[in-house]
Design a protein around this ligand. Structure first.
Ligand SMILES: CNc1nc2cc3c(=O)[nH]c(N)nc3c(CCN)c2[nH]1
Length: 373
């Protein structure tokens, strides 16, 4: 079948596994490596879609679990799909709900059929299965649908992780079976295997010959130490086909983005930039700024002297601190805008650096200024 979404490898760095590519979707192309802003409940929190587009974002992420529970995928479908509903005409990737049930819902039971859980909103009982997840994502109309998987907890014993990844593979085949006539939406598979390199290889071998346009690395960024995560990542990226898109799920602080790019990852997503913004934290070229700190009370300079975003062009740290202290809504709006702009621009700089064969130099230059992570 012709894939709605395709990946094109444009260039590989000569000294690392970093690579420059392009994902083509029915809602436009995406230059990679790319950071995807998260719009869980059909909104990138505190941001208007025009602002997200203006900063250069070409794809956002939304969530099956949340939209199924509220407002209901039938309502989003009746509205003409998620693009229309949230007034976003570029690409959308939807996560499949498994991870969100484990991390949010009151998990009740995992069976071969799927997952029984109680809604974190009203405690009502629900069931998500591979087929149900595909039905919801089809109703939402996302360009990239993620397979329904189990993200094994960390730590988890080897036997549990092995059984879990094998079930996830069976679930992926059920997703593919259900998805086959959705020609305007593509399905991405998800590799699991916990922190066990041999199980990750097993997972990859079970899913790569399903000929999907992209594969995600799941089961990481779940509380494991950074060295362990990077060691497992370094080993397992190579098991995914070079000619397909590679998506590392749930990763998004600057250092993890650089380390992931260096190991050959193309796509990333994380709630971090907008989440920390709501807690008064900003990412800047010179490290994190905690805006509530008293030292900014009379600091009339912008957050980041090297940033050209709306927030940095028009407001001072003193003002941003004032807004946060007064619990004003504009605080989250301005800090979210800056943090997303910072990451989206950083990824653009990474893409250029790869093109110009100076990725390592850019990484070291960034780290030297950003300071401790
Ligand atoms: C924040 N850390 C993190 N790890 C993840 C793993 C999975 C994972 O293994 N599977 C799925 N479906 N999603 C994951 C997510 C959500 C991505 N938006 C993760 N997030």
């Amino acid at each position: 079948m012709k894939h709605a979404v395709t990946y094109e490898l444009l260039k590989t760095d000569q000294r690392t596994k970093a690579r420059r590519g392009r994902v083509t979707t029915p809602h436009g192309t995406i230059e990679t490596p790319v950071f995807m802003p998260v719009g869980t409940a059909a909104t990138v929190k505190a941001m208007r879609p025009e602002q997200v587009k203006e900063m250069g974002a070409e794809i956002i992420l939304s969530n099956t679990y949340h939209l199924y529970l509220r407002p209901g995928h039938d309502i989003v479908k009746a509205a003409g799909g998620l693009h229309k509903f949230m007034n976003w005409d570029k690409a959308i990737l939807t996560d499949s709900g498994g991870f969100q049930v484990f991390s949010l819902g009151a998990l009740r039971k995992i069976t071969e059929e799927g997952v029984e859980f109680r809604s974190h909103i009203d405690g009502s009982k629900h069931m998500l299965s591979p087929e149900k997840s595909m039905e919801i994502q089809n109703a939402l109309g996302s360009d990239i649908m993620m397979a329904f998987d189990e993200c094994a907890p960390y730590p988890a014993d080897r036997n549990y992780v092995k059984n879990s990844l094998e079930r996830t593979t069976r679930w992926l085949k059920r997703c593919k079976e259900y998805h086959q006539n959705m020609e305007n939406q593509s399905l991405f598979g998800i590799m699991q295997g916990g922190m066990y390199k041999d199980l990750r290889y097993e997972s990859a071998m079970q899913i790569v010959d399903l000929d999907l346009p992209g594969y995600a690395i799941g089961g990481l960024s779940v509380g494991e130490p950074k060295e362990l995560m990077l060691d497992v990542l370094d080993d397992c990226v190579d098991h995914l086909p070079a000619e397909k898109a590679r998506y590392l799920m749930g990763v998004g602080s600057p250092d993890y983005l650089f380390e992931g790019v260096e190991r050959g990852v193309d796509m990333f997503d994380c709630v971090l930039p907008t989440r920390i913004a709501r807690h008064g934290m900003a990412m800047t070229s010179y490290g994190r700024v905690n805006i509530k700190n008293a030292k900014y009370e009379r600091d009339f300079e912008p957050l980041d002297p090297e940033c050209d975003c709306y927030t940095c062009k028009n407001y001072s740290k003193a003002y941003l601190r004032h807004l946060y202290k007064c619990d004003e809504m504009l605080s989250a709006m301005l800090l979210s805008n800056h943090n997303l702009h910072f990451l989206v621009k950083m990824m653009g700089n990474i893409r250029t650096a790869i093109e110009e064969e100076r990725f390592l130099e850019y990484k070291n230059e960034f780290y030297a200024k950003y300071g401790r992570f």
